[in-house]
Ligand binder design. Structure first.
Ligand SMILES: [Zn+2]
Length: 77
């Protein structure tokens, strides 16, 4: 997959980093870890190049911010 210029400019793994205007949200999941933190994971698709991005928000030591989701290719289900 060839990333568009906007996707290439997205700052990864940084909480609070902005995405870009071509990203459209496709999914949001919020889960609370009992006795711990709330984790919010939003999934976006780039309208320009089709890249899938995930934004993870949580006050824990896990990854934060933008991460590119690998193209899962053609599943053979
Ligand atoms: Zn893109």
């Amino acid at each position: 997959m060839q990333l568009c210029e906007n996707c290439l400019s997205v700052t990864r793994d940084t909480s609070g980093a902005p995405g870009h205007p071509g990203l459209r949200i496709v999914d949001t999941r919020r889960s609370r870890i009992p006795g711990s933190v709330t984790v919010t994971i939003s999934t976006f698709r780039c309208q320009e190049c089709g890249a899938i991005w995930r934004y993870r928000e949580a006050k824990d030591n896990g990854p934060k911010g933008w991460a590119l989701v690998p193209d899962e290719g053609t599943g053979s289900e």
